[in-house]
Design a protein around this ligand. Structure first.
Ligand code: NAD
Length: 357
């Protein structure tokens, strides 16, 4: 039996998470695996109910589970809280730190049926199959930050800081993951300007000697942004600093047709966390328009990474592929001649494909 902590969160979270749970239940039935789902409060919803974005019971629930399924947190309602109390920092960053999740994996795979959904031309995005590995508990987001009054106004700073150990463990993961794929690792940095990047690059060079079967290349982050939209097929695994990864993985979602298609897994501790790469999308919340596929594909990652149920993971991914091949689309990936469905209908279609596939 696998215990899954289910944290719907805010905005579209409570709309998309039940769809992934629905698909997981179908997988459980088909493969004779028992899943025990336990729901917890997180984000703005938790602030409203308990006064804090990550209640102690929620963190405890996550720690006692085998995996965590998260929707999204945040929204305009909580935007004016002090930074340390906002859902994004008080819940997400605290959850990552609390569970020791130092790596975020964001696979950007283009389902062939969606080649037309990307704003980029078909010949550019076709064949995209890359994995962004983002460092998640260090770098610019976690270094010292401060804001102070000065005689002429204010001064504010964020600190980008890394030690060798932090860099080494994320790079090592990058090498290992490249080994399981097409054996190409792109280490993304800004070594021409940042001293942390120079340490990063030297560490990558040193580790590369232990992975002679993996081809390592270095790329500046600005060039990488351009290369991702110019020629994404050149990439297999990309590994990078926290902020760089946040930005470039959102960018890579465009290659998959929509941010509503981009799954993610945060790993490194005993319990891993699975969530769509997007946020709470307040602009479409409550309208049944959200694409649940990123969350469903995150659940597939959970099956693969945490539960080692590779066949079931592939089954879910194949079910998503078949639903798209049949022409069903949520609004974000809609194109001419396709059938528009809402969040719940999309989840049901994937569940049916799993049941019948
Ligand atoms: P967002 O990802 O929520 O939305 C960006 C755009 O993508 C919006 O137009 C939205 O409608 C669309 N979109 C996102 N997910 C979609 C889906 N599944 N289907 C269809 N369209 C989708 O980013 P944002 O607008 O910058 O942030 C909104 C809130 O979410 C903010 O409070 C932000 O801090 C928070 N946020 C949370 C997380 C997280 O929980 N991991 C991540 C990013 C942002």
């Amino acid at each position: 039996m696998f215990k899954i902590a289910v944290l719907p969160g805010d905005g579209i979270g409570p709309e998309i998470v039940p769809e992934a749970v629905k698909v997981l239940k179908a997988v459980g039935k088909k493969y004779g695996v028992d899943f025990d789902f336990r729901e917890g409060l997180v984000g703005g919803a938790a602030i409203d109910a308990t006064g804090t974005a990550l209640p102690a019971e929620t963190l405890q629930l996550c720690r006692e589970s085998d995996a965590v399924l998260l929707g999204a947190v945040g929204g305009p309602r909580w935007d004016n809280l002090p930074p340390a109390e906002r859902p994004e920092t008080a819940a997400l960053l605290a959850l990552r730190k609390g569970l020791g999740l130092y790596a975020n994996l964001r696979p950007a795979y283009l389902f062939p049926a969606l080649a037309e959904a990307s704003p980029l031309r078909r010949e550019i995005v076709e064949g995209t199959d890359l994995l962004v590995v983002r460092e998640l508990t260090g770098g610019l987001y976690f270094g010292e930050k401060k804001r102070e009054r000065t005689p002429s106004g204010e001064v504010a700073w964020d600190t980008l800081i890394y030690n060798t150990e932090e860099i080494e463990r994320i790079l090592r993961l990058g090498f290992e993951l490249a080994r399981q794929r097409r054996k190409k690792l792109t280490s993304v940095d800004k070594a021409n300007v940042l001293i942390t990047s120079r340490l990063w690059r030297e560490t990558a060079e040193r580790l590369a000697r232990e992975y002679p079967d993996v081809e390592l290349t270095h790329m500046y982050v600005d060039n990488c942004a351009m290369q991702l939209v110019r020629w994404p097929r050149q990439f297999d695994v990309l590994v990078m600093e926290n902020t760089f990864g946040d930005i470039l993985s959102d960018l890579s979602s465009v290659l998959t047709g929509s941010i509503g298609m981009l799954a993610s897994a945060s790993i490194g501790g005993k319990v891993a966390l699975y969530e769509p790469a997007h946020g709470s999308a307040p602009d479409i919340a409550g309208q049944k328009k959200a694409n649940p596929l990123a969350t469903i594909l995150s659940a597939a990652l959970m099956l693969r990474v945490s539960f080692k149920l590779e066949e079931a993971a592939r089954e879910v991914e194949a079910a998503v592929g078949r639903v798209l091949d049949k022409g069903f689309r949520t609004a974000d990936i809609m194109s001419e001649g396709k059938t528009l469905v809402n969040t719940e209908e999309m989840g049901t279609l994937v569940r049916q494909e799993v049941e019948e596939g």
